[in-house]
Design a protein around this ligand. Structure first.
Ligand code: ASP
Length: 585
């Protein structure tokens, strides 16, 4: 057998006419027509039509009548041009057909649980259980190959810029990236655990202390977080760190990578430098730190114009330090009540107290001047409707940002063909967590904006960070920062984050110690390849770009993982299982 040197089914072209060849592949489809048997023979490169002719090759023709979908076969035959008029322009091999002289069935197949074709209606759970069949679909094969190309470009580009790939361990001590750690019990050290990396963050910084200067890695990162549409528990990042660099160095390195990648993959020239938006501006104008700039719909702040308003709801929110933000819906003045109710529902779902609009029920409480200010600020024309959200700043931003996306989707305002990159920079150093406590924005190793240090104790949330995200079409495709490289400052930030001296020492002593042995200023970035792939493949489902993904409830349906283990294994690890009080998910 030498399928390795045989031509690919999907690569045969008219220029091969007359060639005698051997092909290996899967039967995609069989049909009998006018005494002939036709099959489409498929491999990763595509499919080609094969004909079994009873007069030219009676044995092969007879054997072909047993062929079913997904049988694996070897055929011998001769390439010919299809008769004029029977070409299939939808297939890359549509000008040719292979007339078989010989057929060998290498492996038979049960009827697959779903048809192996691009527009499958099959339920995702079924596709994940039979992922090896799902991956046979041409689209999935293309996505796997695209992913390979993307990573290959990364390797080539990083190497060309003198970065070296260094592998870091999987068994680590926790490094915080804002998620829960996956932990692994140590057999030899009862009661002690390793953490799987949420990212190689501290190790790459230590590689800078080690003098490596420029590091990268295609790194696997594991984050035990609740799954959302664009999250998976196992991610792969292009992880980068470099010494003696500024933000500008990181931007130009990464922009150069995108330029190279879009050229290699789409044959498109991206124009750089990419636009930049501060986080403050991004939240104000787009209501999100991941703005999709493929549509306009800018949000405006009308808090100042409404401070003295007779609309008591708005006035009340403003009096408590909240804000009023608004958004014009193009051509929305004739929007149905039902659609407005749906939008209000979405707003409430995001935690808003309510949603109001102009023209609408509030008009009679608003002065002429206030109405004009609202229309003016939002840029509303006569046919537009203005949505208004009044709430605490962060909440108002989230809610109106969601509405902005929803409106763009419903009114098909998104210019689908565009690639809209933007840097979000600078970011804020701290954020509020779900319980309203102060936490880090990016991670605790991020350098504060030096000019803001003097108010870090009084107004921590206003302190900017030397941190940046790169967003593409509303998807965060990379994020990083210039790091703290001084022990005292790092300790101070840990303390502001509420960590005790003991905890700082126990968790980060190694890093702080390292900072006492000559440390270069350094910074870096990581690009989540899964999310980058989503944006590049224009899919909303992150599982489309991962060969063997977990479900939303963290299961591998194909392997049946996670699964219980033998008692002996638990004993060895000194683990005792307590019955769960929660129902299984
Ligand atoms: N470790 C960060 C992350 O995984 C990236 C970085 O700061 O370089 O998001």
């Amino acid at each position: 057998m030498s399928g390795f040197t045989a031509p690919h089914c999907g690569s045969i072209r008219a220029s091969d006419a007359g060639r005698e060849l051997e092909l290996y592949g899967w039967v995609a489809r069989r049909r009998d027509h006018g005494g002939l048997t036709f099959i489409d023979l498929r491999d990763r490169w595509g499919a080609v039509q094969v004909i079994f002719n009873p007069t030219k090759a009676p044995e092969a023709h007879a054997a072909a009548s047993d062929l079913r979908a997904e049988y694996v076969v070897r055929i011998k035959g001769v390439v010919g041009r299809r008769p004029a008029g029977s070409e299939n322009p939808r297939m890359a091999t549509g000008e040719v057909e292979v007339t078989a002289s010989d057929l060998e069935v290498i492996s038979v197949a049960k009827t697959p649980p779903f048809q192996i074709e691009d527009d499958t209606e099959a339920d995702e759970a079924l596709r994940l259980k039979f992922r090896y069949l799902d991956l046979r679909r041409p689209r999935m094969q293309q996505l796997m190959e695209l992913r390979h190309r993307v990573v290959k470009t990364m390797h080539t580009y990083m190497d060309a810029h003198e970065f070296i790939e260094v592998e870091t361990p999987m068994l680590l001590k926790g490094t915080p990236e804002g998620s829960r750690d996956f932990i692994v019990p140590s057999r030899l050290h009862p009661g002690s655990f390793f953490a799987l990396p949420q990212s190689p963050q501290q190790l790459k910084q230590l590689l800078m202390v080690a003098g490596l200067g420029r590091y990268y890695q295609i790194a696997r990162c594991l984050r035990d977080e609740d799954l959302r549409a664009d999250r998976v528990v196992e991610i792969t990042q292009l992880d980068v760190e470099m010494s003696f660099c500024s933000e500008e160095d990181v931007f130009s390195l990464v922009e150069g990578l995108w330029v190279q990648m879009w050229r290699d993959i789409f044959n498109i020239d991206i124009s750089t430098p990419l636009p930049r938006l501060s986080i403050k501006e991004s939240l104000l104008r787009y209501g999100t730190d991941k703005p999709d700039l493929r549509y306009e719909l800018e949000i405006a702040d009308v808090s100042d114009a409404l401070r003295q308003t007779g609309a008591t709801i708005l006035k009340g929110v403003l009096a408590e330090g909240g804000v009023v933000r608004c958004l014009a819906v193009p051509g929305g003045s004739n929007m149905h009540r039902r659609e407005l109710d749906e939008l209000a529902q979405i707003a409430r779902g995001a935690g808003a107290k309510g949603l109001t609009w102009v023209p609408g029920p509030l008009d009679k409480h608003l002065s002429e001047g206030e109405l004009a200010a609202i229309r003016g600020a939002s840029g509303a024309g006569p046919d537009d409707l203005v949505l208004l959200v009044a709430d605490r700043r962060r909440k108002a931003e989230t809610v109106i940002g969601l509405l902005r996306r929803e409106i763009a989707r419903r009114r098909t305002l998104i210019r689908e063909g565009e690639w809209q990159f933007v840097w979000i920079y600078p970011m804020y150093l701290f954020e509020e967590d779900d319980q309203g406590h102060l936490t880090y924005g990016h991670h605790p190793f991020t350098s504060p904006w030096p000019e803001d240090m003097h108010f870090i104790d009084e107004r921590p949330y206003d302190v900017r960070a030397r941190a940046y995200d790169c967003v593409l079409n509303g998807v965060e495709i990379a994020g990083g920062s210039i790091r703290i490289h001084e022990r005292a400052l790092q300790e101070r930030v840990f303390e502001i984050l509420g960590m005790s001296r003991e905890r700082i020492h126990a968790q980060f002593g190694h890093l702080l110690d390292a900072f006492e042995y000559g440390v270069p200023p350094h910074g870096g970035i990581a690009s989540g390849i899964d999310r980058l792939m989503m944006a590049m493949a224009r899919t909303e489902n992150i599982r489309d770009v991962v060969a063997f993904p977990k479900t939303q409830s963290h299961q591998d349906l194909m392997l049946g993982a996670p699964s219980p283990v033998e008692q002996a294994q638990l004993d060895e690890l000194h683990i005792q299982i307590r019955p769960s009080t929660k129902p299984p998910r």
